[in-house]
Design a protein around this ligand. Sequence first.
Ligand code: ATP
Ligand code: MG
Length: 579
Amino acid sequence: MPVHHPCDTPASASSSPQPGAVSPDWAAIAHELEIADERAFNMAWVAVDRHVAAGRGARIAFRFLAEDGSHHEVSYRQLAELSDRFANALTALGVGKGDSVFLLCGRRCELYVTVLGALKIGAVVSPLFPVFGPEPIRNRVAQAGGKVLVTTASAYRRKVAPIRAELPTLRHVLVIDDLGGAPLPEMHDWNTLMAAASAAPVLVPTAADDPALLHFTSGTTGTPKGALHVHQAILMHYATARRALDLQPGDIFWCTADPGWVTGMSYGILAPLAVGVTSIVDEAEFDALRWVATLAAERINVWYTAPTAVRMLMKARPALVAGRSFPALRFIASVGEPLNAEAVRWGMATFGRPIHDTWWQTETGGIMIANAAGELKPGAMGRPVPGVAAHVVRRAGEPKGTVEIIEAPDTVGELALETGWPSMFRAYLGQPERYRACFAGPLYLSGDLVRRDADGFFWFVGRSDDVIKSAGHLIGPFEVERVLMAHPAVAEAGVIGKPDPLAGESIKAFVTLKRDVEASEALRAELLAHARRSLGPAVAPREIAFAEALPHTRSGKIMRRLLKARELGLPEGDSSTLE
Ligand code: ATP
Ligand code: MG
């Protein structure tokens, strides 16, 4: 089944923005991006070719850091030419508009060329985490009716060859490194195709609302969903990169997310290119010392990372940064999970800059809520970015499917966003009912519980699926985790509810400890007392277990559903995205 243009988009946004929300003029942003005609409403053109057309082709787009310490660079002009070639190579294979192109490889130049070339011909790009095993690959390619897969020879042999027979729509596999031995049928050498392809600029017209990207959610709460995004999402990527990440043309930027996760695509590829910055791409995996050295040596100006990485760096202790300084570092931001106030302050103490939390989802396609430069509240998610109107709502029982907006500050409810921002998802792949159920009139319902304070800052409470009901209280796990992580011995905490005959649910916490801290009964008692002091007996955990590590998704999120399933001896459900 090919990825179809969705036809069940809900009613467009209400035209009356929430008081205080400055509505950016999307037409003005399109103008800023030199989008003059329909054809130019192609993400890849906006990201790359327009810089070349405007004389900025010599600027470095990506600087790739290889594991062995070597590096190489690609300019905007080279990227435009390479992606034209790749677009022509796809066309020669009979791949066209609406066909889906999957990627399964590390963060190397060919990945970036593939993404941009496929976008240029109106194909729908779907990146996979390179560490995925055969099942998550099979499942995603089959769901989308993937026609092309770009991968490496070793990934093909180990992960794709065993399931190839189950993927009848997969017509072409393009291998970006040495094929080694005789090519299999319908397997192509990426470099040979590129060498044979025409270098002519590509002119396939794509409209603002044509599908461009298919991203699978992280799978934190269940089976990952495929969220479809359109070309005009780049307006949001650009606007939020400027306003929420403080990204300025000419900056050196490091988004540490892999493109297999929506953050790595929206802010690792499209947003920085749209702004015209140089992105650092580290081909190696996380390593605390390497990361700190990279921040200093590459003179990074803006760094966009995730709380798990921050927690791992915090766990490694201050020796990490000894003797280094970061004079170029202007702005640090994070996304994916709540960022506790200690982490924000640790950023200040370690790098001389606080860490700015931002909130968004695969479905929103871009940052919705952020602590912008100069207006930060440690521990809060921030305020809606310009052009986004956010509300706290309660789902009303009657009439079914309606919601009530909660105006009072500091009241917990579901985070809802007025529809109509350009990067809003347009479908859940193969699940139109589920897609429709995300909307109540002009509001998109996020599934996250929040409260908004009197200053308009949103605070994360938990996912509605994770909320614990204990002795008449509704408890967001993060409330408890935040307190545990404020203790100097704790590196990370995951909190779940366990069935309890009296309370309904009782709270259990799993904690990992900082390096050099020993688990002991005395520490357990101290943590229990610390939690009770801060939270009160009703909300404090009744049990604390020490763990070596907590289960995470590939995008770095704590999987509470797995902690719960393991604790209760239940089936683990979909764990294909487990780290
Ligand atoms: P799935 O939808 O498959 O369960 P997922 O929701 O984790 O997975 P993503 O779209 O990658 O998939 O993550 C979005 C979610 O991550 C948000 O809905 C929210 O729960 C959480 N999140 C993202 N940023 C923040 C943040 N700054 N603070 C708290 N939570 C955040
Ligand atoms: Mg989700």
